[in-house]
Design a protein around this ligand. Structure first.
Ligand code: GDP
Ligand code: MN
Length: 379
């Protein structure tokens, strides 16, 4: 789950990181009122789940409240990377002497949180990473020991030479590690981390992604979810108890079990196709789940053929077969469907499908090859 900047800022602030206080507005009137109350200059910032807002015109400096209002008018309602801006953050503008980059991500290969730090932060960080990667320092943290003081100091020395600033940055780096670990983050980023002309070190932007698995334990974090900023089909799937991720291809996949779903996607690729989604209908699959899954998949106009790949362990394949029969009738699915099922109650499942004029394959390769071919013919 991605957080908005204003939400991430508040988590950083709770951890003690110096972040200028701002307020969120959803109308130009509110923008002006906040600017009057905070005092100018202010920065008006689009709140969307996308980076590069500065370059897209979604971050603007205003020297008086009327100007702030005009920026509010321009930014509210604009689209950044296809995302509609419904809220802006208004913050007192800081004076900037230098901009650095401070990021912490979960590196799945190293199986550790990894810091990425650069003295050349700001809106061109992607360019720095691409053309001069040596300017980004990386440090993996062993979560058994946590971030050690000398590690924080060594990262901070990479940013600043003034010792007061080094100490301030080392403290922020430690606090960032705590924010990351205590909130189940997969990414936390401060870009820019600035120094002011008077020598302060401040966080002027915050980006944060959380692992969804922490949300059941942390209702305070779950409450930060902004459904209007998410893919509607993924929201619907989550409400129906399905794990669903939309992808770019044209083969719709309905699978039980995350591992089998991954293997199915690999096999679709192997036979020259492209999966339209990842979908795990879970262990015990009621007909209802199948109906929901099919409804979500068929709403995507890119889908040209659908594959069911069901391994009956706890899942009863006859339940799934009933679901397929009811769902295709109810939703009047006109797309070609290939069904592969095997395992618990499979004889019963085949009988149910037979009765509805459908056939099931038991070989996974055969089924995948077939559905890829059907999708290609229809494309
Ligand atoms: P992003 O482009 O989505 O990462 O948005 P940022 O919040 O990082 O803002 C983009 C750029 O706007 C920053 O790199 C700064 O150069 C500038 N900026 C942001 N906040 C301030 C501020 O308080 N004062 C000044 N002078 N510039 C700011
Ligand atoms: Mn930024």
């Amino acid at each position: 789950m991605n957080l908005h900047e204003y939400q991430a800022r508040s988590l950083l602030k709770q951890a003690g990181i110096p972040v200028p206080d701002g307020e969120v507005a959803s109308t130009p009137d509110q923008v002006e009122a906040i600017a009057r109350q905070l005092g100018v200059p202010v920065v008006v910032k689009a709140q969307v789940h996308a980076g590069g807002r500065g370059k897209a015109g979604g971050v603007k400096l205003a020297d008086d409240p009327t100007k702030a209002r005009e920026h509010g008018e321009a930014i509210l309602g604009m689209a950044i990377k296809g995302l509609l801006v419904e809220k802006v953050l208004v913050v007192p503008a800081a004076e900037i002497a230098s901009e650095s980059y401070l990021g912490l991500i979960l590196d799945r290969e190293q199986q550790r949180p990894v810091f990425m730090v650069s003295a050349e932060g700001g809106i061109d960080i992607e360019e720095v990473a691409a053309s001069t990667p040596e300017k980004i320092t990386r440090l993996a943290v062993d979560p058994r020991y946590g971030l050690l003081p000398h590690q924080a100091m060594s990262l901070a020395f990479g940013l600043y030479s003034d010792f007061k600033q080094v100490r301030a940055a080392a403290k922020i780096i430690g606090q960032l590690y705590d924010v990351f670990m205590t909130n189940g983050a997969s990414l936390v980023e401060i870009n820019p981390l600035v120094t002011t002309p008077s020598g302060e070190v401040l966080a002027l932007d915050a980006k944060m992604s959380l692992d969804d698995n922490i949300l059941d334990r942390r209702p305070d974090l779950a409450a930060l979810r902004d459904l209007s900023a998410e893919d509607p089909s993924e929201v619907e799937a989550r409400n129906a108890g399905l794990s669903f991720i939309k992808l770019e291809g044209n083969v719709g996949c309905v699978v039980n079990g995350a591992g089998l779903a991954m293997a199915t996607m690999d096999l679709v690729k192997y036979y020259g196709g492209d999966p339209a989604n990842f979908l795990d209908i879970g262990g015990s699959s009621s007909p209802e789940k199948v109906i929901n899954a099919l409804r979500i998949i068929t709403r995507d106009p890119a889908v040209k053929a659908i594959l069911f790949n069901i391994f009956g362990g706890i899942t009863r394949t006859d339940d799934v077969a009933n679901g397929i029969v009811v769902a295709t009738r109810e939703l009047q699915v006109s797309l070609p469907i290939v069904i592969r099922l095997t395992g618990t109650n499979e004889t019963e499942a085949i009988r149910i499908l037979d009765g509805a004029g459908m056939t099931a394959l038991s070989d996974m390769d055969q089924a995948v090859e077939r559905v890829v071919q059907l999708a290609q013919e229809a494309a």
